[in-house]
Design a protein around this ligand. Structure first.
Ligand SMILES: C[S@@+](CC[C@H](N)C(=O)[O-])C[C@H]1O[C@@H](n2cnc3c(N)ncnc32)[C@H](O)[C@@H]1O
Length: 243
């Protein structure tokens, strides 16, 4: 996939960030967009463009979901509910961090692990911009991005987290009507999450109090393991494993 990616630096864009990402992907920096996917660094931050679409992570748009008592209606907030304080979570499949935002809004310090360097760069940029918004800054201040493979991260966890969150949904399994057009762009970057069973085993081995797995509503349990309880919505469900 990285062969199709162009890194485009425009006026006001973060040159160091563009250089770092271009080096990681082994591609040159360009001053124009490519034919397929382009990561544009300009004065608005980072955006992913292509196929007539443009996508930029936007946590400010999520503030409404977690304010004025609405957080308690979020199914994911119910899934990670805890009576304890000083909560720590690992989101082992961070993506653009929208689910991690809900977990952080609940009060968890969240380590967001993302293996794809383009998604990790877009995610870090979205967090950086949201820190400027007074209504989002405390929440995103609890979100810490780790770029790399979560199986590796989980294997060196010294202190077991309270919650490990997994959302390895392979996009092709979702009904296309459910996929937001902008997310379709992000999904072009993602490799199929081939090792979801291995990831689940690594999560168990890390010794958390709870593992929450997001699944398409009708799909089988991850690794064939029955959860202790399930929270179901219209299109997805959260399988909760308590230890
Ligand atoms: C379905 S997306 C997650 C979306 C996310 N829950 C959100 O709210 O934006 C899955 C993400 O997990 C990442 N991923 C899959 N396996 C991983 C692994 N072993 N280590 C780190 N990231 C992984 C993929 O690159 C992809 O970005």
């Amino acid at each position: 996939m990285k062969d199709n990616i162009v890194i485009c630096l425009r006026d006001g864009g973060d040159r160091d960030g563009a250089t770092l990402l271009a080096d990681k992907l082994g591609v040159p920096i360009s001053d124009s967009e490519g034919d397929e996917l382009t990561v544009v660094f300009d004065n608005t931050g980072l955006s992913l463009r292509g196929y007539g679409l443009s996508y930029q992570g936007d946590f400010e748009a999520m503030i409404r979901r977690v304010s004025d008592g609405r957080l308690s209606h979020e199914m994911l907030a119910k899934a990670v509910k805890s009576k304890e304080t000083s909560l720590r979570a690992i989101d082992a499949t961070a993506g653009m961090g929208e689910d991690a935002f809900i977990i952080a809004a609940y009060g968890y310090e969240v380590t967001l692990c993302e293996q794809n360097p383009v998604i990790a760069a877009l995610l870090k940029d979205a967090i950086r911009r949201a820190k400027k918004n007074p209504a989002a800054k405390d929440i995103v201040g609890r979100m810490h991005v780790y770029e790399g493979d979560s199986i590796e991260l989980l294997s060196k966890c010294e202190l077991p987290p309270d919650v490990i969150y997994l959302d390895p949904m392979f996009p092709a399994r979702q009904k296309s009507g459910l996929i937001n057009k902008k997310l379709q762009l992000i999904q072009k970057l993602e490799p199929p999450c081939a090792g979801e069973e291995e990831l689940f085993c690594a999560a168990i081995a890390a010794g958390p109090k709870k593992i929450v797995v997001k699944r398409p509503l009708k799909s089988p349990n991850l690794a064939g393991k029955r959860p202790n309880y399930v929270l179901s919505g219209k299109a997805i469900r959260y399988d909760c494993y308590a230890f």
